[in-house]
Design a protein around this ligand. Structure first.
Ligand code: ADP
Length: 278
């Protein structure tokens, strides 16, 4: 089912862009992406040139010390912020230079989002929350699909509840069902387990993993938690606005060790700069 859908999506992407070929099989493509804040001597280079291709049906974790550019990366990759230089393609469509209306439409119809704080609308039922992206995109609200997704995330029969009646882990499952409802090109997750206890976090991560494995979803997740990153196919480590390292799927311990080494490097560099400036 997932495979058939992604083939259709790929064809649609080729029709939209008028371009077939292997490059358009990518769910996410960044080329030379830079993002600077401010001007003159006070300029902060949050991203210094990110090159990245993420194939469809993959799960990628993004880690890095505080201030390394993770949030900026996610915002630029998801069309929530505009790079200062470079280009971003999502599902084969270049979003750099799109006007705000088209970007909003693309985010609603072709991207899914999962946030640390769940971001469900408290006045809507669980089912209405899941269907919200369809409603906002002006499409038919497919209640059967909502029921199927709620079943897949382990919340069968809870469609009429309000978010406040559910546990944190259940609310995040609703958010994942909502993120999946439009069969998006990419799901962007920002610390999706940051507000959950370890056991519930592991369940939510297993769910994201299974969305990738069984539905062919593509997930890009920013996290500071090595145990979360260990669920991904690949871990990207950002440092000072660049991809400093990559690691194929590894244990939480291996991810933590790599992170410790990176943080020590970053601290050494900062000390060197401070020494040079003194
Ligand atoms: P991370 O998510 O890894 O902590 P960020 O992407 O938030 O990193 O930040 C990267 C760098 O960009 C930091 O030096 C941060 O202070 C700076 N930065 C982020 N957002 C802004 C902003 N709106 N204005 C100025 N500087 C910013």
């Amino acid at each position: 089912m997932g495979l058939r859908r992604s083939t259709r999506r790929q064809q649609a992407a080729e029709e939209r862009t008028g371009t077939a070929g292997p490059a358009y099989d990518a769910a996410v493509e960044l080329r030379g992406v830079q993002r600077a804040y401010g001007r003159g001597s006070g300029t902060v280079h949050a991203l210094r040139g990110i090159d990245l291709t993420l194939p469809r049906g993959t799960f990628t974790a993004v880690m890095g010390p505080s201030g390394s550019g993770k949030s900026t990366f996610l915002q630029c990759a998801a069309g929530l912020d505009r790079p200062t230089a470079g280009l971003v393609r999502l599902g084969g469509t270049e979003i750099t230079g799109m006007n705000e209306n088209r970007l909003t439409e693309l985010r609603r119809s072709r991207l899914g989002f999962v946030f640390q704080a769940f971001n469900l609308l408290p006045s809507l039922t669980v089912e209405q929350n899941v269907l919200l992206p369809m409603r906002l995109a002006g499409g038919r609200q497919d209640r059967e699909r909502a029921a199927r997704l709620l079943d897949q995330v382990g919340l069968a029969g809870k469609g009429r509840r309000r978010p406040a009646e559910l546990s944190g882990g259940q609310q995040q499952r609703v958010a994942i069902a909502r993120a999946l409802v439009t069969s998006p090109d990419v799901i962007f997750a920002d610390e999706p387990t940051g507000a959950l206890d370890t056991t519930t976090a592991a369940e939510v991560l297993a769910l994201l993993r299974s969305a990738v494995d069984t539905l062919g979803a593509t997930v890009v997740m920013v996290t500071h938690d090595p145990a979360a990153a260990a669920h991904a196919d690949q871990v990207l480590f950002l440092a000072d606005g660049l991809i400093a390292d990559r690691m194929p799927r590894g244990s939480a311990e291996a991810v933590a060790a790599r992170m410790t080494a990176l943080t020590a490097d970053a601290a050494r560099t900062a000390r060197t700069y401070a020494g040079a400036a003194a």
